[in-house]
Design a protein around this ligand. Structure first.
Ligand SMILES: *[C@@H]1O[C@H](CO)[C@@H](O)[C@H](O)[C@H]1NC(C)=O
Ligand SMILES: *[C@@H]1O[C@H](CO)[C@@H](O)[C@H](O)[C@H]1NC(C)=O
Length: 95
């Protein structure tokens, strides 16, 4: 009897555990500008994955340390992650 209880508990546990959550852009909770900038060895502009409008970007500024600064594009411009600057053309995936 106990064996079947244990087996069902294990089964429930496996079902609840499920597959590991995939890393997605919409999952802003798992992304942080600070973490994204830790890889930067020199100052670089990267997309703000927490901003689906692309009106802001993250400026990883490296001096004695690494800083993740959230910057805004000028009004009407959108940050293009491929060009690495604010562009008048709204990149695909920006709302
Ligand atoms: C994402 O943006 C929201 C609203 O501006 C802010 O509260 C939150 O801390 C941001 N999350 C990250 C990971 O930057
Ligand atoms: C590095 O840049 C940060 C952010 O602008 C600034 O607060 C800090 O004082 C700078 N450090 C040095 C040593 O210039």
């Amino acid at each position: 009897m106990w064996t079947s209880v244990i087996i069902s508990l294990l089964l429930v546990h496996c079902l609840l555990a499920g597959p590991a959550p995939a890393l997605r852009d919409s999952d802003a909770g798992s992304w942080s500008a600070d973490e994204a900038c830790q890889e930067a060895v020199k100052s670089v502009m990267i997309a703000n994955q927490n901003d689906s409008t692309c009106a802001t970007y993250v400026y990883c500024y490296v001096n004695d340390s690494t800083w993740a600064l959230i910057k805004s594009c000028h009004s009407g411009l959108f940050f293009d992650a491929d060009l690495k600057f604010c562009s008048i053309r709204k990149p695909a995936g920006c709302v």
